[in-house]
Design a protein around this ligand. Structure first.
Ligand SMILES: Nc1ncnc2c1ncn2[C@@H]1O[C@H](COP(=O)(O)OP(=O)(O)O)[C@@H](O)[C@H]1O
Ligand SMILES: [Mg+2]
Length: 316
């Protein structure tokens, strides 16, 4: 175990961390250090447990308190996330590389199998707690009181009822290509019990939520291939596939992407448009789910198309 003193280089501030935490990398790039508050201590404890359960997560080398903040040091899982690899292989196009899709399917299946091995039966309370935690519903309804309606509540109840027989497993809640490396999954900041498949099944479905202004998009064939690989892993472990739960999963994920989007500075038109774009996507998912019981992300508007059509609705 390498516990030599290291020179730490700032990587980034931690997203959505009220404690103002940050991520640093060691000189030799073999270790990452996170700083934060009490939530980071809980994150580290969770990650240690996951490692013991056989999840593909970074090994924690050190943690403690220093100058009244919590710090955690873990092993690097490598230089490039699948998101980095996807961007690097674009070569002027928008097409996601098949190599990245296959890697995503491999890691996703590995995580899914580890999760399935530690499943507990769901009950309605657990599922409602998942909706609240994973969908950040307290924040979403505070920022968007017009969405706190019987219609939205009914759709969420329907999603919960539909998932009643899906086992619950220790989950990530922010699973996506930026947090996936070929050998494992990083960034367990937002963790909690999730219905099996919630993390992994959506990895390619959530790409359009970023707005499509830069980067890659998965083709319908790639999304299908990815889901089939996960279905196979799910069937091998639980006897049931999971793609039929995509719609209720996406309903909750669309809320997650809407949380904390309302700009505090009214002059930031760009942020205002992004917030309304996410509101639009949530309403699109809701509408599709209500009408057909399924959600197809293939025809989501891009941020640019949304802005061209709607500008900044209601913006002064
Ligand atoms: N154990 C690790 N192995 C490899 N890269 C890491 C590791 N931990 C962090 N990183 C890098 O640092 C970045 C930020 O860390 P992360 O915990 O994902 O922060 P955030 O919560 O802001 O997304 C990651 O996107 C990744 O590039
Ligand atoms: Mg991250």
């Amino acid at each position: 175990m390498n516990t030599q003193p290291a020179e730490w280089h700032f990587v980034k501030k931690r997203t959505a961390d009220p404690a103002g935490g940050a991520v640093y990398v060691s000189d030799d790039r073999t270790r990452y250090r996170r700083t934060g508050g009490e939530a980071l201590a809980a994150e580290a404890a969770y990650q240690r447990q996951l490692a013991e359960l056989g999840y593909p997560v970074p090994h924690i080398l050190d943690n403690g308190t220093e100058d009244s903040h919590v710090f955690v040091v873990e092993k690097s899982l490598g230089e490039h996330s699948l998101h980095d690899m996807a961007l690097e292989s674009l070569e002027g196009t928008r097409a996601l590389s098949d190599t990245v899709v296959d890697l995503a399917a491999e890691v996703g299946s590995r995580l899914l199998r580890a999760q399935a091995a530690h499943a507990v039966p769901a009950d309605l309370l657990m599922l409602r707690e998942w909706v609240r935690e994973a969908g950040w519903t307290d924040h979403v309804f505070t920022e968007n009181p017009d969405l706190d309606t019987p219609r939205v509540r009914a759709a969420l109840d329907r999603a919960v009822a539909q998932l009643a027989r899906v086992p619950m497993v220790p989950g990530h809640l922010d699973y996506g290509l930026p947090n996936v490396l070929p050998v494992g999954v990083i960034d367990w900041q937002h963790h909690g019990l999730v219905p099996l498949g919630y993390d992994t099944a959506l990895a390619l479905e959530i790409v359009p939520f970023k707005g499509g202004t830069k980067g890659y998009l998965a083709s319908p064939e790639q999304r299908h291939r990815y889901l089939e690989a996960l279905n196979e892993a799910a069937r091998a472990t639980t006897g049931k596939s999971l793609s039929q739960h995509l719609a209720p999963f996406l309903l909750v994920k669309a809320l997650f992407f809407l949380a904390l989007m309302k700009p505090t500075d009214p002059a930031r038109t760009d942020k205002y448009v992004k917030w309304h774009f996410r509101r639009h996507l949530f309403l699109e998912v809701l509408d599709q789910y209500e009408r057909t019981g399924a959600v197809d992300t293939a025809h989501f508007l891009t941020l640019d198309d949304f802005a061209a059509r709607h500008g900044a609705p209601g913006h002064p």
